[in-house]
Design a protein around this ligand. Structure first.
Ligand code: NAD
Length: 441
């Protein structure tokens, strides 16, 4: 089976590489020439654990190709995935211009039956727009060709994307013809062998499933942040509360970690887009209003603790920020809460030194020369009045506390991800602030 994937970002590249890994012939297409050239030389444009080996192996075995030319990719393909970005528009709605551009292009170039699948996260009704865009292009060519449109939202997590794709909790596919269903069932068959389910449904439900899932996850985060903040006030410890509630199977233990707010390229924009869909239908998603409001406040929480500790004056004081990417194991800086924290520190006149195991280059695009880029976590902390942990990379979990203490101007730690033991740190002479812990002030 041959397939084409348009858009070679986090989703398109992982999808292409993993489908090639199970024997499919895959052509990945992108408009970004530099990206394609790098990929043709086995250089990944993103950091994703385990991905490089798969790309290299499948390129070598002649199953995975990269090109900027959609026309040369389409002959012989049975399925085309659209995996381009859907960034937020001004009103919060998903900007579909890239998706629809690709759909029009497919209509301009196709010469035989295709299943055209949106893998990008797109609002309900997009498949109908894709269908129109393809049809308009075919009409302009005065061609009548059979094709199907389907929806196959992606649920991979950056940082664990290869594993998520190879061993999916579920594959959601929205179709409205038996032919499209059969083609996609065949394509995904290798992934289903160990009991991973494929859920076929109507297209609107598939499109909605992705938003409902991300909005639910964002809701869990904001809910836990809200409860954590109350814990801090009443003298309870959110870590203990988390374990206490997570052992109830109706709640489950995953995704109950408080922190400095959710970020990344998905939750913020998908929550906004779903709220906008609600507005378009005259329905206000009140829970999501609160989810967003809590998240905006949570991104400012650590800075508020810093200011209170220093009685409002942090001018010319040096702060070390550990972790920049929006979560560990990725270089993705889109909507990273660390950026809000760093902006606030800089605005208040502080000096900021940063360190992240992989996102330094990416971060430079956002922070420019406003901060110092340290060689490692200790270098960042030299002469700092405090360390602020923004992203819980494994490398930050067990610092050499004595060394750290001796390097810093004052032993002060703001733990934005609750990964440290406040009792141990206090014994070691550190002043410690976490999220929703009894020691918080
Ligand atoms: P990305 O920005 O990393 O990649 C998008 C790619 O599409 C870019 O390389 C861009 O050059 C390319 N592109 C844009 N227009 C094009 C065109 N006309 N032809 C060919 N290529 C084009 O985006 P991403 O993070 O991979 O996300 C893609 C979609 O998947 C979004 O809708 C996103 O919401 C969704 N999604 C993302 C994740 C994630 O973790 N990143 C997870 C699930 C779903």
């Amino acid at each position: 089976m041959k397939i084409v994937i348009v858009g070679t970002g986090y989703v398109g590249l992982v999808t292409g590489a993993c489908l090639a890994e199970v024997g499919t012939e895959v052509v990945c297409v992108d408009v970004n020439t530099a990206k394609i050239e790098r990929l043709q030389n086995d250089v990944l444009p993103i950091y994703e654990p385990g991905l490089l080996e798969i790309v290299k192996r499948n390129r070598q075995d002649g199953r995975l190709f990269f090109t900027t030319d959609l026309a040369s990719a389409l002959p012989g393909a049975e399925v085309v995935f659209i995996a381009v970005g859907t960034p937020p528009g001004e009103d919060g709605s998903a900007d579909l211009q890239y998706v629809l551009q690709v759909a029009s292009q497919i209509g301009q170039l196709m010469e035989h039956y295709l299943v055209i699948v949106t893998k990008s996260t797109v609002p309900v009704g997009t498949a109908a727009q894709v269908n129109r865009a393809v049809k308009n292009s075919l009409d302009a060519r005065q061609r009548i060709l059979d094709y199907d449109v389907a929806s196959n939202p992606e649920f991979l997590k950056e940082g664990a994307a290869v594993n998520d794709f190879m061993k999916p909790d579920r594959i959601v596919v929205g179709v409205n013809t038996a032919k499209a269903r059969q083609t996609l069932e065949q394509l995904y068959h290798p992934f289903l062998l160990n009991g991973h389910p494929i859920l076929f449904m109507d297209i609107a439900s598939a499109e909605m499933t992705k938003y409902a899932a991300n909005a639910m996850l964002a809701t869990r985060i904001s809910y836990m942040n809200d409860i954590a903040n109350l814990c801090g006030l009443v003298g309870a410890d959110i870590n203990q509360v988390r374990k206490g509630i997570g052992s109830d199977p109706r709640i489950g233990k995953h995704f109950l970690y408080p922190g400095i707010g959710y970020g990344g390229s998905c939750f913020p924009k998908d929550v906004k887009a779903l709220m906008q869909t609600g507005r378009e239908y005259g329905y206000q998603l009140r829970i999501l209003d609160a989810v967003e409001a809590v998240n905006e406040d949570q991104k400012k929480l650590l800075f508020g603790k810093v200011l209170r500790h220093f009685d409002g004056d942090i001018r010319n004081k040096k702060f070390a920020v550990w972790g920049l990417s929006f979560k560990p194991n990725t270089d993705d800086m889109r909507e990273a809460p660390s950026l809000v924290l760093i902006d606030s520190l800089l605005e208040a006149g502080a000096i900021v030194s940063v360190y992240d195991p992989v996102a330094m280059e990416e971060a430079h695009g956002y922070l420019g020369n406003s901060v110092t880029y340290a060689e490692d976590m200790y270098n960042a902390a030299e002469n700092a009045v405090a360390v602020l942990l923004a992203t819980e990379w494994n490398t930050f979990r067990m610092p050499d506390w004595q060394r750290l203490r001796s390097l810093m101007q004052s032993p002060l730690l703001f733990d934005g991800r609750n990964i440290y033991d406040n009792v141990q740190l206090t014994q070691l002479g550190f002043t410690y602030y976490g999220i929703g812990k009894t020691t918080d002030t």
